[in-house]
Design a protein around this ligand. Structure first.
Ligand SMILES: Nc1ncnc2c1ncn2[C@@H]1O[C@H](COP(=O)(O)OP(=O)(O)OP(=O)(O)O)[C@@H](O)[C@H]1O
Length: 344
C-alpha cells in the first residue's frame, strides 16, 4: 500500500448495531478502512459478514433500529486532512448528507430496478439527479444526461432518455444506473455486487466500464462482492470481512500471493485458479455464526483449522499491521517487527 496515496475517505472503528428484541445484532463491529483517490477498494466476504451494511453506513442510510458509531471522515478534494468532515456527525436526513449522497458519494446496486422508479423515464430520473446536484438549467441537464448515457456505452442515448426502465435489457438498465450514479461526477462510487444478476459477457462489459471511469475521472471505487475473481480483476486494495470485522487488509497482489489470515487462505483455497497447480479445492467447513450473543475471542474460531484453544477464544483480537501496509486480525500471525504473541 503506497503511503503517498491520497486518502479521501477514512472509516475509524465504525460499528453498526441493530438493537432488536432478541438482543444486539452486531452487523458491523469496529472496522477501519481507507479509500484512496482514483483507486478501488474491494470488500469481500461471505453472505452476512456486513458488506452491505458498511456501505449503508457510508451513505447514512442504515435503517432503524440500526445505530452507527465511530468516525467516517470525508476529505474534500485538494484540501488537507484536517478539513475533513465526519459523516457520522451529520443529520442523516439533513441537507448536507443529501448533497453528499448522490453527489460526492454515489451508489450502484445489484438490482437496477431498485434505483429507478418504474413510472418515470430514464431521462427524467437522470435529469432529476443532475438538477439536484449539478445545474439548475433544464436544457443543460438534458444535454449532460445524453452525454453521460453515451459515455456509459448506451446506443441512441437521445431515444433512451425517453424510455422507461422496463423497456431496457438487464445490461442496459445496469448502464443506465451507472450513468445516473455518475451524472454528478462523484468522487466515490460504491458498487454493491453490481454484476451478480448479469450474464458473463455483460458482466465483463460493466466491470470494464467501471474501470474506464475510474481511470478517466479519478473516481475512487468501493467494490463489494463475494466473488474473489472479480476482486482480483477490480481492486487495488482489498478488505476481507468476517462477522462484521475486517480480518485482513492489504493491496491486491499481497492478498492473493501472500495471504496471512486463515480465513483468507481458506477462501482462496476454495476457488479454482487458472495457472495455479491443480490441487483439491477445499470448502470452508461450518457456517458463519449469527452476529448476536457471540462468544469472546476470534470470530473465525469455530471454523479455523489452526485455532488454539485457550488462546484464540479468550479475548477479542485486534487488527495488527503484520508487515508494512498488511493488516491482519489473527493472534497466530507473526508480525515482521515484533515477536508473535503466540506461534501457530
Ligand atoms: N435492517 C436490518 N435489521 C436487522 N439486521 C440487519 C439489517 N440489515 C442487515 N442486517 C444483518 O446484518 C448482518 C450483515 O448484513 P449485510 O447485508 O451487511 O451482509 P452482506 O455481507 O452484505 O451479505 P450479502 O452478501 O448476503 O449481501 C446480517 O446478519 C444481517 O442479517
Amino acid at each position: 500500500m503506497a503511503r503517498q496515496d491520497e486518502v479521501i475517505l477514512e472509516m475509524k472503528d465504525v460499528k453498526v448495531h441493530f438493537h432488536l428484541d432478541e438482543g444486539v445484532l452486531k452487523a458491523v463491529d469496529g472496522i477501519d478502512l481507507r479509500i484512496k483517490r482514483g483507486k478501488t477498494l474491494g470488500i469481500v466476504g461471505e453472505s452476512g459478514c456486513g458488506k452491505s451494511v458498511t456501505s449503508q453506513a457510508l451513505l447514512r442510510i442504515v435503517p432503524k433500529p440500526g445505530e452507527v458509531e465511530g468516525e467516517i471522515m470525508l476529505y474534500r478534494s485538494g484540501k488537507g486532512k484536517e478539513e475533513g468532515i465526519d459523516l457520522i456527525q451529520l443529520d442523516p436526513r439533513g441537507k448536507e448528507v443529501r448533497d453528499i449522497r448522490g453527489g460526492e458519494i454515489a451508489m450502484i446496486f445489484q438490482e437496477p430496478m431498485k434505483a429507478f422508479s418504474p413510472i418515470h423515464t430514464i431521462g427524467n430520473q437522470i435529469m432529476e439527479a443532475i438538477l439536484l446536484h449539478a445545474t439548475q438549467d433544464k436544457e443543460e441537464a438534458y444535454r449532460l444526461g445524453v452525454e453521460i448515457l453515451r459515455k456509459v456505452g448506451m446506443s441512441n442515448p437521445e431515444q433512451r432518455m425517453g424510455e422507461y426502465p422496463h423497456q431496457l435489457s438487464g445490461g442496459m438498465r445496469q448502464r443506465a444506473m451507472i450513468a445516473m450514479a455518475l451524472s454528478c461526477n462523484p468522487s466515490i462510487l460504491i458498487a454493491d455486487e453490481p454484476t451478480t444478476a448479469l450474464d458473463v459477457t455483460v458482466q465483463a462489459q460493466v466491470l470494464q466500464l467501471i474501470n474506464d471511469l475510474k481511470a478517466n475521472n479519478e473516481t475512487s471505487v468501493i467494490f463489494i462482492t463475494h466473488d474473489l475473481g472479480v476482486i482480483a480483476e477490480m481492486s487495488d486494495d482489498v478488505a476481507v470481512m468476517y462477522l462484521g470485522k475486517v480480518v485482513e487488509y492489504t493491496d491486491v497482489d499481497t492478498l492473493f500471493h501472500g495471504p496471512k489470515h486463515p480465513y483468507t487462505r481458506a477462501l482462496l483455497n476454495s476457488i479454482p485458479a487458472i495457472g495455479r497447480e491443480t490441487k483439491r479445492l477445499e470448502s470452508i467447513e461450518g457456517t458463519v455464526p449469527f452476529p448476536m450473543n457471540l462468544p469472546k475471542g476470534c470470530g473465525f474460531y469455530s471454523r479455523c483449522k489452526q485455532a488454539v484453544d485457550g488462546v484464540c477464544n479468550i479475548a477479542d483480537v485486534p487488527l495488527v499491521e503484520a508487515a508494512e501496509g498488511h493488516y491482519v486480525r489473527c493472534l497466530l500471525v507473526k508480525t515482521e517487527s515484533t515477536e508473535p504473541e503466540v506461534r501457530a
